[in-house]
Ligand binder design. Structure first.
Ligand code: SF4
Length: 168
């Protein structure tokens, strides 16, 4: 089985619903998205080693990503009661992080060098060490995708991963 098929199988075994590959040469790193981080709309800015400013400048993030030829985008599906279901959103946010951790443990069997980003914030520890001491779990620290200046819907379109949301 080729490596791409193996990676997709591991993603599905980990709990992801859809996966799609992208050529990193086609990626755009938007400074505007980083500026949204800096406005702290999500309240994660400067609160952990997973988000800006700890992850470095957008140029540093780009340099990190461009060491690789291919990006794999992963998705899961969550059902919300309505557009005010903040508890459901929080549950989804942390469930996605857990699924990324499962994938990380499994993918190590076949890949030795990769960069695995996750969704916003970290949340592994009750109180983060940032900025006074190093991360307690650097081997499982996954930077936030949004902090790299990506528009997730754009990545999904390029990767052929559906993002349709329907609020009842
Ligand atoms: S793993 Fe803990 S110390 Fe490291 S960034 Fe996350 S919350 Fe902070």
């Amino acid at each position: 089985m080729d490596i791409a098929r193996q990676i997709k199988e591991i993603a599905e075994q980990s709990g992801f619903l859809e996966e799609g590959f992208l050529d990193t040469r086609r990626l755009t790193f938007y400074p505007e998205i980083r500026r949204i981080c800096e406005e702290n709309t999500c309240r994660n800015y400067g609160t952990s080693w997973a988000c800006p400013p700890a992850i470095g400048t957008i140029e540093a993030c780009k340099e990190r990503v461009m060491q690789y030829d291919t990006m794999l985008l992963l998705s899961r599906k969550y059902t919300l009661e309505d557009s005010f279901d903040f508890e459901g959103m929080q549950d989804g946010l942390f469930d996605f992080k857990k699924t990324i951790d499962v994938f990380d443990r499994k993918i190590r069997d076949i890949l030795t060098d990769y960069l695995l980003l996750s969704n916003e914030g970290c949340g592994k520890c009750a109180v983060c060490t940032y900025p006074h001491a190093p991360c307690r779990f650097p081997e499982t620290l996954h930077h936030a995708l949004e902090g790299y200046g990506f528009i997730v819907s754009e990545l999904a379109k390029e990767a052929g991963v559906p993002t349709t949301a329907r609020i009842p």
